[in-house]
Design a binder for this molecule. Structure first.
Ligand code: NAG
Ligand code: NAG
Length: 424
């Protein structure tokens, strides 16, 4: 072919590419690049979603074991003997058996019959429902760590769920993207299909990156790779507390760096700390919450209190009597001193939440008795969404460690500064 014609063809091809919808550009293939998804925080439920299912949102659940959603009537099914079916049924929340029984109905034993039944679980309502395991496709954008590059659609195994299981999810959400410790969790399926690391990073309330790689925001202007600045602690498992969740352990909690404020905590073992994307604010077990809020209150005596406080909080302040620094309101620092030496710092930007124009509340709540259960065996602390916001938190299942940046305001940036413009 004539060289000029070739060039022309190439140009035509390039301009065609740029007008075609992205999904025609790449599919599956395991490009070896991490994927990025924009996270949206729902105002009324405070839940976080990613629109990876035909552009429709799935709620992120750090203890969810499956990806599940409502399905079309014509969905495909997985056979009961397939690996994915066995994995999907490896762990079933006990409440599912209570709700649906071991012997009731078709598919109650997933190994028999001609299709696989899974039990998608809604951790907000504690409800589950039997549903077919199906093969579907999800989509997100390949990323080099600072921009999306092109859209990738990839095959995934998901459970079908009835509409009724969507209760308590954000309006418009069609299911849940489990990010827990299962081969069928979203990040594990991305790792398997994209040939990337089995790890993911959350920069709530705005970004999720699956598969590792650098993480670079528009600011600060020297654009450091934020993953190079993380502290690490070991990730633990806790079959007793919930097979799917992420746990770390702490020696204690200090308020305002003061050793004498190291909380006198009742039991002497390490404090188990869980991370949850489905509770809006950090919850503390009552035996930990009591001394914690007392220590905070005794140190934070200068701002004017607002009474009665705004539910669900117990301490609220007239925010005009608080001053600010680059880490948010200038209030005492809370440190979760982790067992292996690192510290999870909580500054004003994560410890106080603005509830109206002139009121800011201490954004921690006491764990409800039904979550504590008998025997006080719930985690001492469950870090909720608000306390993770504007921190980069990396869940690395390959190294079994949790990486965390601390509040990004310290670097003069926020999680809203990811550049979602597709790089040319
Ligand atoms: C990602 O690609 C864009 C566009 O080519 C480039 O400007 C940016 O520096 C790249 N980022 C990284 C971290 O390599
Ligand atoms: C965001 O990325 C695009 C594509 O690489 C680039 O043209 C643009 O300048 C970036 N925006 C900022 C604010 O850096």
């Amino acid at each position: 072919m004539h060289a000029r014609a070739e060039t022309l063809l190439l140009l035509v091809a390039i301009s065609l590419l740029s007008v075609l919808p992205w999904h025609t550009l790449a599919s599956g293939g395991g490009g070896g690049k991490p994927l990025v998804a924009a996270v949206t925080k729902d105002g009324s439920t405070s839940l976080y979603t990613v629109a990876v299912k035909d552009g429709r949102p799935l709620a992120l659940d750090l203890s969810g074991l499956l990806v599940w959603s409502t399905c079309d009537a014509s969905h495909s099914t997985v056979m009961p003997y397939e690996r994915e079916c066995i994995e999907a049924n490896r762990y079933t929340p006990p409440s599912c058996w209570m709700q649906h029984g071991a012997g009731a109905g078709a598919g109650s034993d997933y190994r028999y019959g001609n299709k696989c039944t899974a039990r998608p679980y809604n951790s907000l309502t504690g409800k589950c429902a039997p549903g077919d395991l199906t093969r579907t496709s999800l989509a997100a954008d390949a990323t080099n760590g600072s921009n999306p590059l092109y859209q990738v659609s990839f095959p995934a195994v998901a459970a079908c769920a009835p509409e009724s299981l969507l209760a308590s999810l954000p309006a418009g959400a069609v299911g849940v993207a489990g990010l827990g410790r299962s081969e069928l969790a979203l990040h594990a399926q991305i790792a398997a299909t994209q040939n990337v690391a089995k790890k993911f990073a959350l920069c709530l309330p705005s970004v999720a990156v699956f598969g590792g790689g650098p993480f670079v925001l528009i600011f600060p202007y020297w654009r450091p790779d934020i993953t190079a600045r993380l502290s690490y602690t070991a990730l633990r498992r806790s079959p007793e507390l919930g097979a799917g969740g992420y746990y770390i352990t702490a020696k204690g909690i200090t308020v305002n760096h003061q050793v004498h404020q190291q909380l006198a905590l009742p039991n002497h073992g390490p404090l188990v700390v869980q991370l949850s994307s489905t509770i809006p604010y950090t919850e503390l077990r009552p035996d930990v919450y009591g001394p914690f809020i007392k220590a905070w209150d005794s140190i934070t005596e200068w701002p004017k209190k607002v009474t009665p406080p705004v539910a669900p909080f117990e301490l609220c302040y007239d925010s005009r009597t608080l001053s600010s620094n680059r880490l948010g309101y200038a209030v005492p620092e809370i440190d979760i001193n982790l067992e292996d030496g690192a510290t999870w710092h909580i500054f004003g930007g994560n410890s106080l939440v603005q509830v109206d124009d002139s009121t800011a509340c201490f954004a921690f709540v006491e764990m409800k008795p039904e979550k504590v259960g008998y025997g006080n065996d719930a985690p001492a602390v469950v870090i909720g969404g608000y306390q993770m916001e504007h921190n980069l938190v990396v869940f690395d299942e390959e190294k079994q460690q949790l990486g965390f940046s601390g509040l990004l305001f310290g670097l003069q940036t926020t999680c809203n500064n990811f550049n979602f413009t597709v790089a040319a």
